[in-house]
Design a protein around this ligand. Structure first.
Ligand SMILES: [Cu+2]
Length: 182
């Protein structure tokens, strides 16, 4: 009888312990899952913030502008030139590597300079531009050579150019024919 009672109580104690463990597990499990979810969620938020930070940094870092653009009037098939100020407002260096236009069969980046008192010009494979730097494309210096315009370029006309940079960035710029300062 004593033994039986002991056994019974022992069983009941074990059952209680078992139930207690089950109860604890049932309480802890959702907490653990909740905790994991929270970790995953904050990780996702962190990754998302990083992506946002990266893309906003990209925008902040690369910021090159074309201002004061104009092109010299000419007749179809007669060479002309386009001028502008290139300015790097961003924090990364880049290089202008090509300029194209559907208004001319060929467009080249040139540099004019004095050689033994004679003005010569040479095609440039690229024009590097550092952060905060301004590069003036102007008569007697860098210019965009419009080799063979398809149509007459009259004052007031506009020509669309595409500036290709080494970074892969492109600037599309519509340039007015005629110097606004003249
Ligand atoms: Cu030239």
């Amino acid at each position: 009888m004593y033994n039986q009672t002991f056994l019974l109580s022992s069983v009941s104690v074990r059952t209680e312990i078992h139930l207690l463990i089950m109860l604890l597990i049932s309480i802890i499990s959702p907490l653990m899952v909740g905790c994991n979810n929270k970790l995953d969620h904050s990780k996702l938020v962190f990754e998302k913030q990083n992506i946002l930070a990266d893309s906003s940094m990209d925008n902040m870092e690369w910021n090159i502008n074309v201002d004061n653009a104009w092109a010299r009037p000419t007749k179809a098939d007669m060479m002309s030139a386009a001028y502008f100020k290139l300015e790097n407002y961003g924090s990364v260096p880049d290089s202008l590597i090509r300029v194209s236009s559907n208004s001319s069969k060929d467009v080249q980046i040139h540099l004019s300079y004095l050689n033994d008192g004679i003005m010569v010009m040479e095609e440039q494979p690229f024009v590097p531009i550092q952060p905060t730097e301004q590069i003036f494309f102007e008569p007697g210096g860098y210019h965009i050579m419009i080799i063979q315009p398809i149509n007459d370029m009259n004052v007031g006309d506009s020509i669309s150019f595409l500036l290709h940079f080494n970074s892969g960035k492109l600037i599309e710029k519509t340039i007015q024919v005629g110097n606004p300062d003249l």
